[in-house]
Design a protein around this ligand. Structure first.
Ligand SMILES: *Cc1c(COP(=O)(O)O)cnc(C)c1O
Length: 424
């Protein structure tokens, strides 16, 4: 009998294979500064590309609706144990498909439709799923939103308290996608306790910083904590819920059968690998380096005449306010992308411009830190960002001069060459 070799991706589908190779190259060669992104390790990618994707496992370890759980149960148990150990949590649910479903599951578990919920508004740096009007969380719940102070763009705990006293929410979200300062979880908890609300911290962006001990942890203060696993935590694309033991049954029931079907076991395995990596001493150094890099880049950009929202950063991200440069974020982000610099246009607090073309740029340091770049490299990064913005301004509506963009691209490739990207 002839032996049969199964064709690989390139043979079966050269079109998709070539596109994936293109993305690999792009991730290797571009300066990746999108604050919600990272490079997962080769080990994480391997687990996430495994045959576990073939398996159904509705239910929880030891309580499944399917047979054949010999390996899936121990994998999910390991993921749960490691998540609890990493964050010091009483209970963990590792099944949420991503950050948004994790947040929906918490609402489903702790609130009834129509209940009042409170969150940081999107333009102030909050997330869609904290009750923004177009989100299911703003449609099925009565959502009231707090913001930041006009003077210093920091979260105004007095406003949070006043709003909570007046609205008596069932649940208060704290957490953000674009806020460059630390969150005072203790202050949020005191307000939630006073008005009898659940406090839920969404640490999607800062989970890696908390795991690494460079941002205060919400675990002692919050009823539940949600996160993505793919941002600063450097795991696979996925979600995670941590909660107090008293809420465990409600949260688990909300995830399955409330919201989801079979868990993505390949992702569960990859989450377990990422938690294992984050439990190593090297991860503490990684988290500290992200913050050191963010602070260094903030200083180098300020020196070059850029205004930063709140004047700097305490975490992994910066928000550049381009008002002084007299240009919108959308055009600049697009032109920088042509130079090999990936970041996103972002609203700034009290933004006079429209959300689709806001006044700000959001910059995150998790990805470049994963490649091993340190504070010394931040002057070079500020230099190419500044040169890219100047070229964008010079190009005007026509767009950036292609020769200038190519020069910067080459400079960036050279700058990144000594720092291999994990997973690639
Ligand atoms: C990214 C993010 C989410 C959503 O995560 P997805 O995986 O994109 O669904 C939720 N909350 C916050 C604060 C986020 O930054």
């Amino acid at each position: 009998m002839e032996s049969h070799r199964e064709p690989d991706l390139r043979e079966v589908d050269p079109e998709i294979a070539a596109l994936i190779e293109g993305e690999d190259r792009r991730q290797r060669e571009s300066l990746r500064l999108i604050a919600s992104e990272n490079y997962a390790s080769k080990a994480v990618l391997e687990a996430s590309a495994s045959t576990l994707t073939n398996k159904y496992a509705e239910g929880y370890p030891g309580r499944r609706y399917y047979e054949g759980m010999d390996f899936v149960d121990p994998i999910e148990r390991l993921a749960i144990d490691r998540a609890k150990r990493l964050f010091g949590a009483e209970h963990a649910n590792v099944q949420p498909y991503s950050g948004s479903p994790a947040n929906l599951a918490v609402l489903l578990g702790l609130c009834a439709p129509g209940d009042t919920i409170m969150g940081l508004s999107l333009p102030a740096g909050g997330h869609l799923t904290h009750g923004w009007k177009v989100s299911a969380t703003g449609i099925y719940y009565h959502s009231v939103q707090y913001g930041v102070r006009r003077e210093d763009h920091r979260i105004d705990m007095d406003q949070v308290r006043d709003l909570a006293r007046e609205q008596r929410p069932k649940l208060i979200w704290c957490g953000h996608s674009a806020y460059p300062r630390l969150l005072d979880f203790e202050a949020f908890a005191a307000i939630a306790q006073e008005v009898g609300a659940y406090l839920v911290a969404d640490i999607a962006h800062i989970a890696g910083l908390i795991a690494g001990g460079v941002h205060p942890s919400p675990i002692p203060h919050a009823d539940a904590v949600t996160t993505t696993t793919h941002k600063t935590l450097r795991g696979p694309r996925g979600g995670l819920i941590l909660c107090k033991a008293e809420h465990a049954a409600k949260i688990d029931k909300a995830v399955f059968p409330g919201l989801q079907g079979g868990p993505h076991n390949h992702t569960t395995a990859a989450k377990a690998v990422a938690f294992h990596e984050a439990l190593q001493p090297a991860f503490k150094a990684y988290a500290a380096q992200i913050v050191a890099n963010a602070k260094a880049l903030a200083a180098r950009l300020i020196e070059r005449g850029y205004d930063l929202v709140t004047g700097g950063t305490d975490n992994h991200l910066l928000l550049v306010d381009l008002t002084r440069q007299g240009v919108g974020g959308r055009k600049v982000a697009r032109d920088l992308n042509a130079c090999g610099i990936e970041l996103n246009a972002n609203s700034i607090p009290f933004d006079p411009r429209k959300p689709f073309d806001p006044s700000g740029l959001r910059i995150g340091l998790a990805s470049v830190t994963s490649r091993g770049l340190g504070e010394a490299a931040m002057d070079g990064i500020a230099g190419v960002i500044d040169a890219g913005i100047k070229a964008s301004l010079a190009g005007g509506a026509e767009g950036i001069d292609p020769a200038a963009a190519e020069r910067l691209k080459g400079q960036i490739r050279e700058m990144l060459a000594p720092f291999p990207a994990p997973g690639l």
